[in-house]
Write a protein that binds this ligand. Structure first.
Ligand SMILES: Nc1nc2c(ncn2[C@@H]2O[C@H](COP(=O)(O)OP(=O)(O)OP(=O)(O)O)[C@@H](O)[C@H]2O)c(=O)[nH]1
Ligand SMILES: [Mg+2]
Length: 363
């Protein structure tokens, strides 16, 4: 691939760049060996990802997503070196019920942005693959046109089964994409369960895609989700649906009027688009740019990011405690026994907890 050729030749040209940013000179670069045959040169990843190698970016994401602690460590080393080059993107989260048109929207919107000269990375999050019935494979097909664009990078991440796991990897994947020069990150998530709150905690702009007929849809939509959204975009505004979409937009505007805005000095807009016919997408981009301008001016943008990182840190502490706690087989067995005792009412829940935590295997 052209990518690889380009990157190999830039290896020596860019040597030493990193040392001034994180204090890790060439001499301190660690090399990791995997089963003797694989040696990973972390610094070459650093150079090549920054030089735009999709291959290295994809490999680095695979390290981050790996369940092997050795590979994860490699991923973390790569990310650590690239950290000074992250943060220069607009992170956009896109949610909506299954079938609303998220993938179609991302394909059309992403392509428009790529044509404008932006570098767009798409991350598909699937918090529960059982609920979406393997939509990721379908998404790949549906985004074929965007995938071919030289400015686009599409990464569907498999569900790790736990919300925490998906959360952690997606954030880190996002940072890697930023270091690779992607200035717009689009994150797709199916609007079910907790996914909206997770995405809200990761992105700068949260876009809720909706279908026509707000009245019906609102019956099943939580008010909280609408309050999280920075914009509501009614999709499929084409053909006989177009006038209905306009009516729906007006209904959403009315409803939004009574809800708390997602950010200070922001009126959450409702817009109509047709992802299929690529109509109204420029207005969505204008809205996002206007949001960025206003929020940056009042420092909300920067502060929200900082807050998101701190929240992420706190969540990671909880995840780590959880993983560490259950990493002991004896403790797991003990828990099962105690569970039985609780079920049979031989112990109170508090007593069982006390017993579990006072066991000497817990440090
Ligand atoms: N008429 C019309 N159809 C659309 C539009 N956008 C998407 N669709 C159709 O709606 C269906 C679902 O679109 P997807 O993009 O797969 O929806 P999704 O929200 O990504 O679905 P999941 O990933 O399964 O949750 C497809 O058949 C699309 O062709 C649109 O703007 N107009
Ligand atoms: Mg989809």
């Amino acid at each position: 691939m052209a990518d690889e050729d380009k990157v190999t030749s830039s290896l020596h040209v860019k040597g030493g760049i990193i040392s001034q940013h994180d204090g890790m000179g060439k001499s301190s670069v660690k090399k990791f060996s995997k089963k003797k045959s694989l040696t990973i040169d972390i610094q070459s990843y650093n150079h090549e990802i920054q030089a735009g190698s999709r291959l290295h970016l994809a490999k680095a994401i695979t390290f981050i997503e790996s369940t092997s602690s050795e590979q994860q460590e490699i991923g973390q080393q790569i990310l650590k070196m690239l950290l000074p080059y992250t943060g220069n993107s607009i992170r956009i989260g896109i949610t909506g019920v299954p079938g609303v048109g998220k993938s179609t929207f991302i394909e059309a919107f992403g392509k428009m942005l790529c044509d404008l000269g932006h570098k767009v990375a798409v991350l598909a999050i699937d918090p529960s693959s059982s609920l979406t019935g393997g939509s990721i494979l379908g998404d790949k097909t549906r985004m074929e046109e965007l995938a071919k664009h030289p400015n686009a990078f599409i990464r569907p991440s498999p569900s790790a089964g736990t919300l925490g796991g998906v959360h952690k990897k997606s954030r880190e994947t996002m940072l890697l994409c930023e270091a690779a020069g992607y200035d717009i990150i689009l994150v797709e998530t199916v609007g079910v369960g907790q996914s909206e709150t997770i995405i809200r905690g990761m992105v700068d702009f949260f876009l809720l895609l909706a279908l026509t007929g707000a009245g019906d849809e609102l019956q099943g939509m939580k008010k909280g989700i609408m309050e999280l959204a920075d914009a509501i975009v009614v999709n499929k505004a084409d053909g006989h649906n177009e006038s209905l979409a306009k009516k729906t937009v007006a209904e959403y505007k009315q409803i939004l009027h009574f809800l708390a805005p997602s950010a200070p000095n922001w009126t959450t807009p409702a817009l109509a688009v047709s992802s299929l016919h690529k109509k109204g997408l420029d207005l969505v981009w204008e809205t996002i740019k206007s949001f960025e301008g206003k929020m940056t001016q009042q420092h909300f943008w920067q502060n929200r990011r900082k807050e998101q990182t701190v929240n992420w840190f706190n969540e990671m502490i909880v995840n780590r405690l959880y993983d560490d706690f259950f990493s002991s087989i004896q403790r797991k067995q003990r828990m099962k026994l105690l569970e039985q005792q609780v079920r049979e009412e031989k112990m109170t829940v508090s007593q069982a907890i006390e017993e579990l935590f006072s066991s000497n295997s817990y440090q």
